[in-house]
Design a protein around this ligand. Structure first.
Ligand code: GCB
Length: 592
């Protein structure tokens, strides 16, 4: 047990206790796409021990053996069985009232019964989301870690697992910090825990790590390109089949990578006709499958073109937040979000302000909803910090790697309302460039800046974007709606603009005529006034109302708010519609 066995007090003076773990963080490069392969779910009860002072790392809790307390030779501060039994996935904040505001580390432990299958089989732990960082230990041995609170990771357990019973421990830590993405100040709740699925994936010795398949932009809808990345730098070939298109082709693999362009004229995916094709890629014993829609999204001047046709994005933003589930999503909750978007007459959702559950885009693919997916480069990020950039870029690349085959996602958002400095400019231009390199089939956007003295859109980052997002609250934070008209008159963006947020708070049941703050009536009137300007501005090509549901935010403490941001068109019960819902639905219908 290392130092602690020699000097039981050494850890009290050890501030380097976390050193060394960061070198074991996995990134987007080693993420394994699910690829429709069967998985073993590790959902269910785990033991959980809160660790506010990082004792687990200081005292090396992970290295402690399973000796029962009656036989301990020396006292301990950690006992797995003394932890609470909690369900994974979940957010710890909602499990016990005294855990509501907990920000720190927690140790999750469970037994993993392992029997190896075919010879050479490899085992991966697939963690779909843990906020914010995690470290994994198997039988006391460090396997790897991950940072980024809303993107998935894959950790290989092959060498660490023993036949039979294994101790799987995951330390999850959710402190708000200035150097993180997001940083310590943001307008949503800081849930913690293993809040998305944890699964075990068995794969052959060499397997398909990531594959991407899409319509070739500018091909006149007549060519499909695919890339495949294997786990190891081998040579050989893979076979791609798209039965409905009569495609069966061999892809040459060199040093673990292959790419192929095929002539094909698929029926195009669109909101009106969300056609999906079964795609299969085989390499040796591995079979990767997906259902993929083929569509083209591009801009021309100030227009957004979907499959060559101009489109107006009418929609809403939505947070991943629920009064009982927190940041955990299940299929029923996701389908309800999409149903409500449809009722609103929306063809578009902005998934604010971080990558949402993988199922959202899968269902949006089926339902024909367009999505803006983003990373939490939000407000005052530590833009000068190279580590912070690496974290943000990795979150972007993990999101892209996970969702590259989702036709519904038409835009990557690389940031939101970040004050203009040279460091911010370099940081965000870097992310925009990286997004394009990783994925030439989508638009790159960000919520940009307004010059509040001139009332004009003014952000040098716009040079690096395809679509300029503008969050504007004229009529709410800035009382005078007329300033939106000034903004429109003073701006000449030369690119499509999407109003990436606009909205007003309303407490359900609070009424009043005129500009009565927090009233349902003013929220409804706000949208009427907004739409009057937006609808007659040719370069505004979309609008995302802020937002679908009220959500928890500790920054909001008036009697109207009580810990919630109340800009939802629907209250936090996800049932009670405010007056603005029907008003905006009508406005969207007329926008048609
Ligand atoms: C914004 C932010 C969003 C906030 C919203 C508000 O501009 O991007 O995250 O929640 O305003 O309600 O103030």
């Amino acid at each position: 047990m290392g130092k602690a066995a020699i000097d039981p007090f050494a850890h009290l003076h050890d501030e380097g206790y976390a050193d060394g773990f960061a070198a074991g963080y996995v990134t987007a490069a080693t993420l394994v796409q699910g690829g429709g392969r069967p998985v073993e779910s590790l959902a269910g009860p785990w033991r959980m021990t809160l660790d506010l002072f990082d004792e687990g790392l200081r005292q090396k809790w992970y290295a402690e053996d399973d000796t029962p307390p009656s036989q301990w030779p020396t006292p301990r501060d950690y006992e797995i069985e003394a932890g609470e039994l909690v369900q994974v996935p979940s957010c710890w904040n909602l499990l016990k009232p005294e855990w509501t505001y907990f920000e720190g580390a927690a140790w999750y432990t469970r037994d993993l019964d392992w029997r190896s299958g075919a010879s050479g089989e490899r085992a991966f732990l697939q963690i779909a989301g843990a906020n914010y960082s995690l470290l994994v230990f198997v039988n006391g041995r460090f396997v790897g870690g991950h940072r980024g609170g809303s993107t998935p990771c894959s950790l290989e357990l092959t060498q660490a697992l023993e036949p039979g019973s294994n101790r799987l421990q995951i330390m999850v830590e959710n402190r708000r910090r200035a150097d993180r993405v997001p940083m310590h100040h943001f307008d949503w709740f800081n849930y913690g825990g293993l809040y998305r699925e944890v699964e075990l994936l068995r794969l052959p010795a060499t397997f398909i790590r990531q594959a991407a398949i899409a319509l070739v932009p500018g091909s006149g809808f007549r060519a499909i390109a695919m890339t495949v990345k294997l786990s190891d730098p081998v040579d050989g070939s893979a076979v791609i089949t798209i039965p409905e298109l009569g495609v069966e082709a061999s892809v040459a693999i060199t040093a673990g990578e292959g790419r192929l362009t095929l002539e094909a004229a698929p029926q195009l995916w669109s909101p009106a006709s969300p056609k999906l094709y079964e795609v299969e890629i085989r390499h040796g014993a591995d079979l990767w499958r997906d259902r993929v829609g083929f569509r083209e999204i591009r801009t021309e001047g100030t227009t957004i073109l979907l499959n060559g046709e101009p489109i107006f994005l009418a929609g809403a933003c939505v947070h991943e937040d629920d009064v009982t589930l927190g940041k955990t999503s299940n299929e029923a909750d996701i389908r309800r979000r999409i149903r409500h978007a449809r009722e609103l007459g929306a063809n578009f959702l902005r998934l604010a302000h971080y990558p949402h559950h993988e199922l959202v885009a899968l269902i949006a693919d089926e339902e024909g909803l367009l999505l803006w997916a983003e990373i939490p480069v939000y407000w005052a990020i530590d833009f000068g910090n190279a580590e912070t950039y690496a974290d943000a870029e990795n979150q972007l690349l993990e999101l892209v790697a996970r969702d590259i085959n989702r036709a519904s996602i038409v835009m990557w958002g690389v940031g939101n309302e970040n004050a203009d400095t040279d460091e911010r400019y370099r940081f965000m231009a870097g992310l925009a460039t990286r997004a394009r390199l990783a994925d030439p089939t989508r638009l790159v956007a960000a919520a940009c800046l307004i010059n509040r003295e001139r009332f004009a859109i003014e952000d040098r980052l716009a040079d690096h974007l395809d679509v300029i997002g503008i969050n504007e609250y004229f009529g709410w934070y800035e009382p005078d709606v007329a300033n939106l008209e000034r903004l429109v008159a003073n701006s000449d963006p030369g690119k499509p603009v999407v109003i990436s947020e606009t909205g007003a708070d309303a407490l359900f049941g609070h009424r009043g005529a005129g500009r009565v703050l927090f009233s349902e009536d003013w929220q409804a009137e706000f949208y009427r006034l907004q739409m009057a300007v937006i609808a007659r501005t040719p370069w505004i090509r979309g609008m995302a109302a802020w937002l679908l549901y009220d959500f928890r935010s500790e920054r909001r403490q008036t009697g109207f708010q009580r810990g919630f941001n109340r800009k939802g068109l629907i209250a936090e019960d996800k049932t009670t519609k405010k007056a603005a819902f029907a008003v905006l639905a009508e406005l969207y219908r007329n926008q048609g």
